[in-house]
Design a binder for this molecule. Structure first.
Ligand code: ATP
Ligand code: MG
Length: 213
């Protein structure tokens, strides 16, 4: 097999996107970023993976995993390319991205895996252990959030080995200044959340009286 054939083979790999997050609650920022990444990188599907006990979150009043799973399930239901996985919430203890990517690599053998995150989250990831191993297993797609400067990403990445940098792609998504934190605060204050997230998720929040404490 010559080098050209190897390259050809690599290019033909089927592609899948993984979108990890707390999703407390999931909102249109997450959904737009995932859809844009899917389109731009030719992924066959994107799997949303709500985190079990997020190792990097310190907020104590994080909603129960099944609420976050159920909101995510409702949010992705209208997109045939989207799915949700309970792999992290079923796992005991803290969820590490590396374990999730490893497990998904077993299920999707031979596929090219993309891990979709916000650019802010990519900076966090670089502080994690096993980052080099992680970058060997998947590519990262970093969606830029409003107010985030890509140059600072470049500086933070400068210390990584050259091969690693190729595994981090950036993606510009339409500016969406939506965050779960703001949505939770709005619910608590009785301000509207309509149009910030899917209607089915909005209904779920009110029906289950989430974010009122
Ligand atoms: P919180 O405010 O509680 O931190 P969040 O809105 O940042 O919540 P997370 O569940 O923490 O949502 O984020 C999951 C992933 O989605 C992360 O990689 C994050 O960077 C990304 N993300 C969150 N909001 C947006 C947005 N508006 N546009 C693009 N990506 C986003
Ligand atoms: Mg966040």
């Amino acid at each position: 097999m010559n080098a050209g054939m190897v390259e050809n083979d690599r290019m033909k790999k089927r592609r899948i996107g993984l979108m990890g997050g707390t999703f407390d609650p999931i909102h249109h920022g997450h959904l737009v970023a995932a859809e844009e990444a899917r389109y731009q990188f030719g992924m066959e599907k994107v799997i949303f993976i709500p985190a079990g006990i997020p190792p990097h979150k310190t907020r104590k009043d994080i909603s129960q995993a099944w609420h976050r799973f159920e909101m995510t399930r409702r949010a992705v239901a209208t997109n045939p390319y989207f799915a949700v996985s309970d792999i992290e919430i079923k796992r005991e203890g803290a969820s590490y991205t590396i374990d999730t990517v490893r497990a998904m690599g077993e299920i999707y053998k031979g596929w090219e895996i993309f891990f979709i995150t916000g650019a802010d989250a990519v900076l966090e990831i670089l502080t994690w252990k096993n980052v080099v191993e992680l970058l060997e297993m998947c590519c990262f797609v970093a969606a830029t959030r409003p107010g985030f400067k890509l140059e600072s990403l470049g500086r933070k990445l400068a210390h990584l080995p050259q091969g690693c940098l190729e595994g981090i792609k950036t993606l510009e998504v339409p500016a969406l200044a939506i965050s779960s934190t703001d949505i939770r605060l709005r619910v608590w204050q009785g301000r509207p959340i309509k149009y910030l997230l899917p209607e089915a998720v909005e209904e779920y929040i009110y029906q289950n009286k989430l974010y009122l404490l």
